[in-house]
Structures are given as C-alpha cells and as structure tokens.
Ligand binder design. Structure first.
Ligand code: NAD
Length: 264
C-alpha cells in the first residue's frame, strides 16, 4: 500500500539535536514516506543536524536564522530552485532570554519582549508568506505551542504571551490561506525535555506535575508529537484548519484531579 505521505515534500524548521520536537516530527514524516528538507540555525548546529538528516535521506539541509529576513528568503529560494513546490511546512522554533524564563512576568524587558515576539511569533508568519507561494497544490503548515498561552504556568512568562499571539496567528493565517487549500494548525505539546525547555525555571518539577496530574498519568514523547503531526500534515487532516491540537496526555482538560477527598 502507498504510504500516507508518499509524494509529499516538506520543510521542517527547528531541529537542534535528536531531542528536538522537530526531530520527532521529521522521523514520523519520513516513516510515512515524505521527502524532507531541514533548516538549522548556524554552523554550531550543522554538525549535529547533518548526520540526523542523513539518517532520513533528507535532500535539502539549509542554514536559516528566522530573525534575518534575507536568511529566510535564501532558504525558500533554495526550496523553490530545487523542488519548485512545497507540500508542508513545520515551524518548531522559539527563543527567549532564559533569565526572563524565571521570576516574574511583570519584570520582562522591552528588548527581550520584542526579540521573543520576533523569533517565536512573527517568524511563523514570515515563513508562511514565503511558503504560501510554493504551495501551489494546497498544503499544510504546522507550528508548536504550549499551554502557557492559555493559562498561567510558572516561569513561562513572556513565552506564554508569545505563544498566545502565535495561537492567534494560526487562526488568522488559516483564514487567509484557506482559499488556496492551505491548512494552518498548531500542536500544543506537553512538556518534553529539550534544549529550549532546559532554559525554563523548575522545568523538571513542571514535568513531574504534568505526569502526576494529566489523565494519562504520564508525559508525552517527541514521537507522539510526531504521530499527531503526520495527521495534521497529511491528507488524514484534510478537513482540519485553524486548530490547536493538544498532545499533552490530556493535561489541558483537568480542572482538578480526582483524589480520595478527606472528611471536611
Ligand atoms: P529545541 O531547542 O530542540 O528547538 C528549538 C529550535 O529553535 C532550535 O532548533 C533552535 O535552533 C531554533 N531557533 C531558535 N532561535 C532561532 C532563530 N533565530 N532562527 C532559527 N531557528 C531558531 O526545543 P523544542 O522544545 O523542540 O522546541 C520546538 C518548539 O516546540 C518551540 O516552539 C517550543 O516553544 C515548542 N514547545 C516545546 C515544548 C517542550 O516542552 N519542549 C512544549 C510545547 C511547545
């Protein structure tokens, strides 16, 4: 039988190492038959991402810093030159000064607020602008968000505000691009130990809290995010756009965990 993503070409942005959520998504897409391009940020990551790309037979490996518009243009120019068109895009990129991912949100500096919004929010719209032109047969775009956009989580601070804006962008992009059969969705992943996550204060405790309080009583893996991404990126998700799919062991639906209540 034909694999679900066979004949599809996708660009996955945000692999830093084999713990990255983007890597979980890349593996799942390759397993289901997709041809992949990967972008990484700077030479420091190239030596890690190159061998990973080789494992999946990646055909485009591109250095791209989303804070630099020329760098984004160059990346999409390469995709246009080499592939001519694009079927799907994954944006798994976020960044903030880790000194502000602890303590109080109210103390956020204007410089870090702007930088966080630029790299973690605007970059998705910036790549969507370029990808739209290459998705001539329709397509699917996906970004990664976190529950800290919806409810206050400790230490998430300016990143929570950024993710709220990112989730709103998903809806506006979905409406703009829907006419061209381009779908735009987000996955709200539960906490996963990655390079970016290690910058967040008390991250180990946040993971433990999620493990103890989610309906599935465990955390999720990057491979589980990958499987759900295949659904949204492939024709399995053809009727779904503007959605925020929680891949979080159900944590987001819990108001209060059931326990044996004491007599009061
Ligand atoms: P990661 O560190 O593996 O990935 C973050 C990526 O962002 C890296 O590849 C990094 O190079 C890239 N990046 C940062 N600044 C960039 C720039 N200017 N240009 C290009 N790339 C840049 O960590 P991750 O946890 O896999 O993060 C991926 C996405 O998932 C992020 O948006 C993150 O907020 C989100 N997310 C993570 C978790 C979690 O618990 N790990 C939960 C929910 C959502």
């Amino acid at each position: 039988a034909k694999k679900i993503m066979e004949g599809k070409r996708g660009l996955i942005m945000g692999v830093a190492n084999d713990k990255s959520i983007a890597w979980g998504i890349a593996k799942a897409c390759a397993e289901h038959g997709a041809e992949l391009g990967l972008t990484y940020m700077g030479d420091a990551f190239k030596k890690r991402v190159e061998p990973l790309g080789a494992e999946l037979g990646v055909t485009q490996l591109i250095d791209c810093d989303v804070s630099d518009p020329d760098s984004i243009d160059a990346a999409f120019a390469q995709i246009e030159r080499e592939w001519g068109k694009l079927d799907f895009l994954v944006h798994a990129i976020g960044f903030s000064d880790k000194n502000e991912l602890r303590g109080r949100y109210v103390d956020t500096s204007p410089e870090n607020f702007r930088m966080t919004m630029d790299v973690s929010v605007y970059s998705f719209t910036a790549v969507a602008q370029r990808a739209e032109k290459l998705m001539t047969d329709g397509g699917s775009m996906l970004t990664l968000t976190y529950y800290g956009a919806e409810q206050v989580m400790p230490h998430y601070n300016v990143m929570g505000v950024a993710k709220a804006a990112l989730e709103a962008s998903v809806k506006y992009l979905a409406e703009d691009l829907g006419k061209d059969n381009i779908r735009v969705n987000a996955i709200s992943a539960g906490p996963i130990k990655t390079l970016a996550a290690s910058g967040i204060g008390d991250f180990r405790y946040i993971m433990k809290w999620n493990e103890l309080n989610s309906p599935l009583r465990r955390n999720v893996t990057q491979d589980e995010v990958g499987k759900s991404a295949v659904y949204l990126l492939s024709d399995l998700g053809s009727g779904v756009t503007g959605e925020n799919l929680h891949v979080d062991a159900g944590y987001h639906i819990v108001g209060m965990k059931a326990v044996d209540a004491p007599d009061i």
